[in-house]
Design a binder for this molecule. Sequence first.
Ligand code: MN
Ligand code: MN
Length: 404
Amino acid sequence: MAISKTKRREEIESAPQAPQPIRGDRGASILGPRNAPLERENPDLLASPDTDSGTIPNLKFSFATARNRLLSGGWAREVTVRELPVATTLAGVNMRLKPGAIREMHWHKEAEWAYMLAGTARITAIDPQGRNFIDDINVGDLWNFPAGIPHSIQGLEKGCEFLLVFDNGSFSENETFLITDWFAHTPREVLAKNFGVSEAAFDNLPQDIEHTRYIFSGKVPGPLVPVNSPAGPISTSYSHRLSAQEPIKVGGGQVRIVDSSNFPAATTIAAALVELEPGAMREMHWHPNIDEWQYYISGQARMTVFASGGKARTFNYQAGDVGYIPFAMGHYIENVGDQPVQFLEMFRSSYFADLSLNQWMALTPPELVRAHLNLDAKTMTALRKDKPIIAPFRAIKGELKRPA
Ligand code: MN
Ligand code: MN
C-alpha cells in the first residue's frame, strides 16, 4: 500500500530515535530513503563535526557486514583489503570453533597473530628444525605463528572465538594450504611412495564436496599430552599471556603493549591493547613506522583522523568493527559511551612506536611552540614531558571534568 510522501516524511521526522543530519544551523532533515539503524551507529558521519574536511578514504568496516562462512565446526568471517581497500598492511579474521571443533592442519604465506576473545583452544605447530609446540590458550592470550609454519587450532570444553590478524591485507582465510587439500590433489601411488605404505591406506580420505575439512566438528581432547620430538620443543614460545602482562596504568585507562621485545615470536606484528574509561581519550598521536589496523572489542568509540592538507574525518566504532589509519596520519580515539572501550591497535612491524603531540610540544623550546599557537602560560605549563598515552578528561561545553 502506497504511503503519501508527506505522511512518510512526518513518520520519519517524528521517529524518536531517527537521527537527522543537523548540527546547529547547518544541515536539514532527510526526506528520501534512509537506513536509520546504520545512521544511528555513525552519527559523526551523518552530521560530521565542523572541523572535518576534505576527501579521505573509508576507514571503517564491520565484521557484521562481512560474509560469514558456516561449517560443521563453527564459522569464519574476514575483513581484508577486499572489504576495506585502504587496509593493505594487515587482514583480520574472526573465527568461532564449537567444543572439540578443529581448524584443519594448515599453513599460509603470512604470519598469523591471534587474540582469544572467548573460551579456550589447543594450538599445535612445528618449526623447520623439527621442534614442536602444543599449548592451551585462554581468554586474553595471544599466539603468533610465523609465515609458513604449519599449525592447527581446536576448541576445548566450551569452544572458543578469536581474532586472527595476518601481516598482509590481501590474505584470505579461504586460500590457506590445507592438509586434506594436498592429499586430495596427490595421486594415491605418490602418497603410497611418500609414506611407505600401500595405496589402500588412503581409501578413507575425506569425500566431502571440496575434499577438505577447513573447520569441522570433533571430540573435545583430553588434557594436553606432549608429543616428544627428538629435536625438543620450540624454544621461542608461539603463545603469550597478554592478560597476565602488567599494564601501563595511566589516568583514564590502561595499555598493554606487545611486540617482538616481550613476545619474540611476533617478529612482524606489534599490538597495543587499549582500555579507555568513559569520557577518556587515546591522546592525539601518530605512528612513525607504519599504518594502524584496529579491532574494537567493547564500548562506543569515535576516532578522528587528520590526513594533512586540511583533511580530517571522524568515524564511529563499536564492538566487532575494524578501523584503519594510513601511515603517519594524526589521530585520537574518544570513549563516547558510558562503558569502557577496549580495542587493539595493530601494526605490521617488529616494534610498537607512537609520537605524542603533547610530549612533542613539551620537549620543544616553549618560545618556539608559542610562536605557532599563541598558547597562554597556563596551557604551556600543562604540557607533559612524559607521554600521557590517554587523556583522562571529559570536555563539557569548554570546561574540563575528570570522569567519576
Ligand atoms: Mn592459520
Ligand atoms: Mn594510534
